[in-house]
Design a protein. Structure first.
Length: 157
């Protein structure tokens, strides 16, 4: 993958997978989202979700971890090859965040991002504004997470 391909609509980047464990789900919930369906497998059975599941915020946080790890790996590969590379700047935001189905203990989520649009920044010469469709699918290929984000990027080197 070249840095320029990340400016091309339709380019899909696989970010990696994560196995959600019961221990991890409960630990995250204790710190950040203490609701019964995230904290207690027994109490969770009597909720609308019918069992323990990860916080949606945890699934998004793991997407971010995978995106940052992938970005660092690609930048290192490009640097080692002596080629140009993408620098990711700040994100002005996201929209249309959807948690499509619960993520249960034992689920492995595969995260990806697909470039939806790219344009030169009107206010920052040398930078591009990317619109990205982001996703997470479980081990059955069922979507569990979807959102659109915007990122500022620049090709350097």
């Amino acid at each position: 993958m070249t840095p320029e391909s990340l400016l091309t609509p339709g380019t899909r980047l696989e970010l990696g997978t994560h196995l959600f464990t019961q221990e991890e789900i409960v630990a995250f919930a204790r710190l950040y989202d203490p609701q019964p369906f995230h904290l207690d497998p027994v109490a969770a059975r009597d909720t609308v979700l019918g069992g323990l599941c990860a916080s949606g915020w945890q699934t998004v946080a793991m997407w971010m971890r995978k995106q940052r790890d992938t970005s660092a790996r690609l930048k290192a590969e490009w640097r080692a090859a002596g080629s140009r590379r993408i620098e990711f700047g700040p994100s002005p935001g996201f929209r249309n965040l959807k948690w499509l189905r619960p993520v249960r203990p034992g689920d492995t989520i595969a995260y990806a991002m697909t470039i939806a649009a790219s344009r030169p920044s009107a206010s920052r010469p040398g930078w591009h504004v990317l619109t990205v469709s982001n996703s997470g699918d479980n081990q059955h290929g069922e979507p569990v997470l979807a959102f659109e984000s915007t990122a500022l990027v620049s090709i350097v080197g």
